[in-house]
Design a protein around this ligand. Structure first.
Ligand SMILES: C[S@@+](CC[C@H](N)C(=O)[O-])C[C@H]1O[C@@H](n2cnc3c(N)ncnc32)[C@H](O)[C@@H]1O
Length: 261
C-alpha cells in the first residue's frame, strides 16, 4: 500500500475515534456494540504483578471504583440502550471480579434482554509474576428485541473445525513488542470471531469505552463501519499506531485477496 493512501486512510479512520465521555453519546443507531468496561479492581495497567515493560504502557486509563460499580454499569446499560438501533445487540465483557454486578444490573434493566453468556479463555498465568491469574472473561450477550442476528460460523479457528460454538472462545492475547501498549487491548482474532458471528458487512459497530480502539481496526478489515469513544486521549494514540502496524502487515494481503480492502 503506498504511503500517501495509507496516511489518508489512517487519518480518515482516526476521525471515527472521539475523545468523549460515554454519557455524551446519543442515538448512534449501532447494529452491534462490543464493549469492555473498566474492571473495578484499581487497575492501572502498570500494576507490578504484570510481566510487561511498564514504560511502554500509556497513561490515562480511567478505572471505576468498586463502590460506584453498580451505578457505572447502570449508566453503561443506558448508553447501550440509547445508542443501539431497534434490532441491535451488545456484547459486554467482564473479568471475574465484578461479573456478578454486571449480571445483576442487566437483569434489573428492563429494556435490554439477556440472551446468553459466553466465555473467552486465555492463558494468563505465565504473564503474572506474583500469583496464578484467573483466565476467563465472561461476555454478556444482550439485545433490544427478539430480532437479533447471529451467523453460525466465523472464519477463524473458532469455527474452522468441529461444531459451531457459542460458548467458548479460546484465543491467545496477541502482545505487540516495542509499541505503545494499551493495558487491556482485546486480541484481533477474538474480535474477528465475535464480529463475524454477530454482524454483517456494512453494519455499524460501536464502542463507547474503546481504549486501544482495536474493535475499530478489526471492524474496518471486516468491512464494517465503526465509531469509538474513550476519555483517554492516549487510547487514540495507540489506535493510530496499531492501524499503522496492521496496514503494514502481511495480514493486509490476506484481506486484499478476499476483496475486503
Ligand atoms: C477495559 S478498557 C477497554 C479496552 C478496549 N476494549 C481495548 O481493546 O483496548 C476500558 C476503557 O474505558 C475507558 N473509560 C472509563 N470511563 C469512561 C467514560 N466515562 N467514558 C469513556 N471512556 C471511559 C477507560 O479509559 C478505558 O480505556
Amino acid at each position: 500500500m503506498c504511503r500517501i493512501s495509507k496516511d489518508k486512510i489512517i487519518k480518515e479512520l482516526s476521525s471515527f475515534y472521539k475523545i468523549r465521555d460515554m454519557l455524551e453519546w446519543d442515538n448512534v443507531q449501532a447494529d452491534l456494540i462490543i464493549t469492555d468496561p473498566p474492571f473495578g479492581i484499581q487497575f492501572s495497567g502498570k500494576n507490578g504483578n504484570y510481566n510487561r515493560k511498564k514504560e511502554n504502557v500509556v497513561d490515562g486509563y480511567v478505572e471505576w471504583d468498586v463502590r460506584e460499580y453498580p451505578e457505572k454499569i447502570r449508566q453503561l446499560l443506558m448508553v447501550i440502550d440509547k445508542n443501539l438501533n431497534s434490532q441491535g445487540q451488545a456484547l459486554i465483557f467482564s473479568g471475574w471480579n465484578n461479573s456478578n454486578i454486571i449480571h445483576n444490573e442487566i437483569l434489573k434493566y428492563k429494556k435490554l434482554y439477556l440472551e446468553g453468556k459466553m466465555y473467552w479463555i486465555y492463558n494468563f498465568a505465565p504473564a503474572c509474576k506474583k500469583r496464578p491469574a484467573h483466565n476467563v472473561y465472561e461476555i454478556f450477550w444482550v439485545t433490544k428485541s427478539d430480532k437479533w442476528k447471529y451467523n453460525n460460523r466465523c472464519s477463524t479457528e473458532h469455527c474452522s473445525t468441529g461444531e459451531p460454538n457459542l460458548t467458548t472462545f479460546i484465543v491467545k492475547r496477541d502482545y505487540k513488542m516495542n509499541m505503545p501498549k494499551y493495558p487491556t487491548r482485546l486480541p484481533f482474532k477474538l474480535l474477528q470471531s465475535l464480529i463475524e458471528h454477530f454482524s454483517n458487512e456494512n453494519d455499524l459497530i460501536f464502542d463507547p469505552l474503546a481504549g486501544s480502539g482495536m474493535l475499530g481496526i478489526v471492524s474496518y478489515f471486516l468491512k464494517r463501519n465503526f465509531i469509538l469513544g474513550d476519555l483517554n486521549e492516549n487510547g487514540k494514540v495507540v489506535f493510530e499506531s496499531l492501524l499503522t502496524f496492521y496496514m503494514d502487515k502481511p495480514l493486509v494481503g490476506f484481506f486484499q485477496e478476499r476483496g475486503f480492502i
